[in-house]
Design a protein around this ligand. Structure first.
Ligand code: ADP
Ligand code: F6P
Length: 320
């Protein structure tokens, strides 16, 4: 293999730049030519492709977002879009592709693989919702950003004796809410993977109030319902002086944490190694602290991401 390319797709995540850097530097180190594709699969189909040199990835490791830009491009789910993409790759003489993205982006990589083009997926999303890995690039930074917000909200919640519903991203997964909730000492964590009982939550808040507790922090994953809707339902059980804080896209930006940069660097270098060995159709992950790879089709079709629900039980034990 002489020439490989890289793209970032779907929701951006802190650490994507660090992964691009690792792919480019490892590739060049090993004598490959590395190309960057702008705007994910949209740029692939449009042929928005350019060669990347060592200096192109300089001063990028600390930056959030993705300097190759990203896109949501539903047309890539069609065979026509996929074949156009492969045509562009062939036109540029590219023999292998690294895709950094989430679940949807993996499906794109899976489609390329099915058409016989070697693609390797690196898990990059704040949601941590991809099978085949314990952690995705961007998740650690996201939970630390949420944590900072929770700590700040706690200050004002205590001062005014208020209940806060803090809605966090995560699409259909509760990982961000779970991890940031435990780290932030949330009174309640509400996630899609576990049912909840609004009346029991209201009773818990009241019990805390009766004990003289000043604040109540509920971390709500967006996949359950919106924060305002949740607060309205809660208010039917009593007046808890509730405020809602929707963190939204703030959680997706910012300089990547050390952990995300290291994870991204390991994944990026490993992706290049796999392509060099002529291996495609794989996704990379971190399992039990080891970098691993697995068949992308098998991984997506037979595995479902499950968050660490022991954190949910732990939180119920230690927060009341
Ligand atoms: P993420 O990768 O963060 O989950 P999306 O779900 O938006 O984000 O997917 C990113 C992109 O991946 C889509 O815009 C589309 O270009 C491509 N994609 C998503 N689903 C498929 C699919 N089933 N087949 C091929 N490409 C897909
Ligand atoms: O997948 C990342 C993510 O930020 C999700 O947490 C969220 O549901 C979604 O993307 C938001 O998408 P958009 O940026 O298109 O509004």
């Amino acid at each position: 293999m002489k020439r490989i390319a890289i793209l970032t797709s779907g929701g951006d995540a802190p650490g994507m730049n660090a992964a691009i850097r690792a792919v480019v530097r490892k590739g060049i180190h090993d004598g490959l030519e590395v190309y960057g594709i702008n705007y994910g699969y949209a740029g692939l189909v449009a042929g928005d492709i350019r060669r990347l040199d060592i200096a192109d990835v300089g001063d990028k490791i600390q930056k959030g977002g993705t300097f190759l830009y990203s896109a949501r491009y539903p047309e890539f789910a069609t065979e026509e879009g996929q074949l156009k993409g492969i045509e562009q790759l062939k036109k540029f003489g590219i023999e292998g592709l690294v895709v950094i993205g989430g679940d949807g982006s993996y499906h794109g990589a899976m489609a390329l693989t099915r058409h016989g083009f070697p693609a390797v997926g690196i898990p990059g999303t704040i949601d941590n919702d991809i099978p085949g890995t314990d952690f995705t690039v961007g998740f650690d930074t996201a939970i630390n950003t949420v944590l900072e917000a929770i700590d700040r909200i706690r200050d004002t919640a205590t001062s005014h004796v208020r209940t806060f519903v803090i809605e966090v991203m995560g699409r259909n997964a509760g990982d961000i809410a779970l991890w940031a909730g435990v780290a932030g000492g949330a009174d309640e964590i509400v996630i899609p993977e576990h049912n909840f009982d609004m009346e029991a939550i209201a009773k818990k808040i009241q019990a805390g109030r009766d004990r003289g507790k000043k604040h109540c922090l509920i971390v709500l994953a967006e996949g359950v319902m919106g924060g305002n809707e949740f607060a309205e339902e809660l208010s039917t059980y009593g007046d808890f002086h509730t405020r809602v804080s929707i963190l939204g896209h703030i959680v997706r930006g910012g300089s990547p944490s050390a952990r995300d940069r290291v994870l991204a660097s390991k994944f990026g270098a490993y992706a290049v190694e796999l392509l060099e060995e002529g291996k495609g159709g794989l996704c990379i992950g971190m399992k039990n602290n080891e970098v691993v790879s697995a068949d992308i089709i098998e991984t997506l079709e037979n595995n479902k991401h499950v968050p660490d629900l022991s954190l949910f039980d732990l939180n119920n034990t230690i927060s009341f």
